[in-house]
Ligand binder design. Structure first.
Ligand SMILES: *[C@@H]1O[C@H](CO)[C@@H](O)[C@H](O)[C@H]1NC(C)=O
Ligand SMILES: *[C@@H]1O[C@H](CO)[C@@H](O)[C@H](O)[C@H]1NC(C)=O
Ligand SMILES: *[C@@H]1O[C@H](CO)[C@@H](O)[C@H](O)[C@H]1NC(C)=O
Ligand SMILES: *[C@@H]1O[C@H](CO)[C@@H](O)[C@H](O)[C@H]1NC(C)=O
Ligand SMILES: *[C@@H]1O[C@H](CO)[C@@H](O)[C@H](O)[C@H]1NC(C)=O
Length: 424
């Protein structure tokens, strides 16, 4: 039997977005703090990833709603067709998540002659203005590394008028913020915004919102979380998830735009089509050790020593690690067998390097082991999201192996999700 494999990979930085009103400035673009501060010729200040018009700077202002929920857009031709299609697919998904069968709640529509519209272009980082600015064209940057579905959804929700969740005035009940681990130029990204400017629409604080920062967003030392949940507040929740809208994300859009509130049709492919999911909260789920390994991966929390100091899920939880202190050799863990054709292997990796590394392999009864992707030598020393497409023939059984090669430095993974179909 002949088997055809195609493999693709993307490492996608979690791009986060911030909204910072400064009173004397015409506009603020708050970006993921990893981008340096700059002032461009349109007098925007780039700090993070959100643009605010200081004179009209509130989601609480109904004038910043898009009339009729219609958002006219243009997409830069500088993008490849694939990415243009991804952007439109994210728009369709957002609409489908919030619209009901009889009434359109929000709609992204190619611009014809509307004066207010968004222009999506590949700028530096991922950033968007909050709400309709009423100043004609407003630019939304979906730059390199921002093209994952969840990041595009996040930006589009800013466009509809929403802040980051952790900017809410009540956030201190739910999260701790370590301000020592943030650069001064991104401190504003973590400020609390009064209810006069950030309308919570009577919805509860949502740690699972697609608009929440992750634990390590804007961290100076990426091994130390900036945001951690208060005890008991984020059980089973991945902070900073960029997979799909949460129920409250949907209800808020519907409430703000005066639509029927119904979150029963949110598209969550990563859940409905999931083949294996694990946040390593306590166990390795359905992963098994390869008994021929020289040593074993372990589930742990706290500092691994020569790797992460906390898990990816919420910055205070456990993860799966191969530790140099356990041995210098190889350790393999295996998923169950899949035979559904194309799958996406999505997880976070922490690989410090340059000597220890991780190989992700696919193999099966009729398929010789293929190294799908190797993570080595990058010294990233932080949790990085990874999406690996594996396009196997339907019916061909195969499993995924995570093989750690250790000499100096630990290798860890967290928040594994394997789902049917291509990575989104
Ligand atoms: C756009 O075009 C339509 C139809 O041609 C017209 O009715 C409308 O007034 C125009 N709007 C603007 C803002 O020019
Ligand atoms: C906060 O961050 C600083 C600097 O990165 C670090 O030294 C400190 O241990 C952190 N505090 C907590 C409570 O994690
Ligand atoms: C919510 O949406 C689902 C799917 O579109 C529909 O079946 C259901 O009747 C709706 N519920 C309400 C209360 O409108
Ligand atoms: C583990 O496998 C069992 C049986 O195959 C399945 O029901 C369960 O959902 C799996 N658990 C996870 C976390 O994938
Ligand atoms: C593995 O190698 C590192 C670096 O050479 C060393 O510090 C460590 O003690 C070794 N661990 C074991 C278990 O041999």
């Amino acid at each position: 039997m002949r088997c055809v494999w195609t493999i693709g990979i993307a490492i996608i930085p979690l791009c986060c977005i911030l909204a910072v009103p400064l009173l004397d400035l015409a506009e603020i673009t708050a970006n993921d703090g990893d981008t340096s501060t700059s002032v461009d010729d349109t007098q925007e200040i780039t700090i993070g990833d959100v643009i605010i018009n200081a004179h009209r700077n509130a989601i609480s202002n109904p004038n910043m709603k898009w009339p009729g929920g219609i958002v006219p857009y243009t997409i830069s031709p500088l993008y490849s067709m694939d990415i243009q299609n991804d952007i439109v697919a994210a728009m369709r998904q957002l609409e489908q998540d919030v619209n009901d069968v009889v009434r359109v709640c929000v709609k992204f529509r190619p611009r014809t002659n509307e004066s207010n519209y968004i222009r999506i272009y590949p700028g530096n980082g991922c950033r968007a203005a909050i709400g309709m600015q009423n100043r004609g064209r407003q630019d939304i940057s979906i730059g390199r590394g921002c093209e994952a579905r969840g990041v595009i959804l996040h930006e589009l929700i800013h466009v509809l008028g929403f802040w980051h969740e952790h900017n809410r005035a009540d956030r201190d009940t739910y999260i701790n913020i370590n301000l020592t681990n943030i650069r001064d130029n991104t401190k504003l990204d973590f400020r609390q915004v009064s209810s006069a400017m950030l309308n919570t629409l009577n919805t509860p604080y949502d740690l699972g919102s697609i608009m929440h920062y992750g634990p390590y967003t804007n961290a100076i030392d990426k091994t130390i979380p900036v945001i951690t949940p208060k005890p008991g507040k984020a059980v089973g929740i991945q902070l900073g998830q960029r997979m799909a809208l949460s129920t409250w994300d949907v209800v808020r859009i519907q409430r703000w735009y005066g639509c029927t509130e119904n979150a029963s049709h949110i598209t969550r492919t990563y859940l409905t089509d999931s083949l294996a999911r694990c946040d390593f909260a306590s166990s390795m789920c359905n992963l098994t050790h390869d008994t021929t390994s020289e040593f074993r991966w372990t589930v742990m929390e706290g500092s691994s020593g020569a790797g992460p100091r906390a898990g990816n899920t919420n910055g205070a939880d456990s993860f799966l690690v191969a530790k140099e202190t356990d041995n210098n050799g190889t350790a393999r863990i295996l998923t169950p067998f899949f035979n559904v054709g194309a799958i996406c292997v999505n997880f976070f990796v922490f690989q410090r390097g340059p000597f220890s590394y991780l190989d992700v392999m696919a193999s099966g009864p009729i398929i010789a082991p293929v190294v799908v992707q190797s993570f080595q030598g990058n010294n990233a020393n932080e949790w990085l999201p990874v999406h690996v497409d594996i396009n196997a023939p339907v019916g061909a059984a195969f499993q995924i192996t995570f093989e750690a090669h250790l000499s100096s430095g630990d290798v860890a993974i967290d928040d594994l999700n394997i789902y049917k179909g291509r990575c989104i």
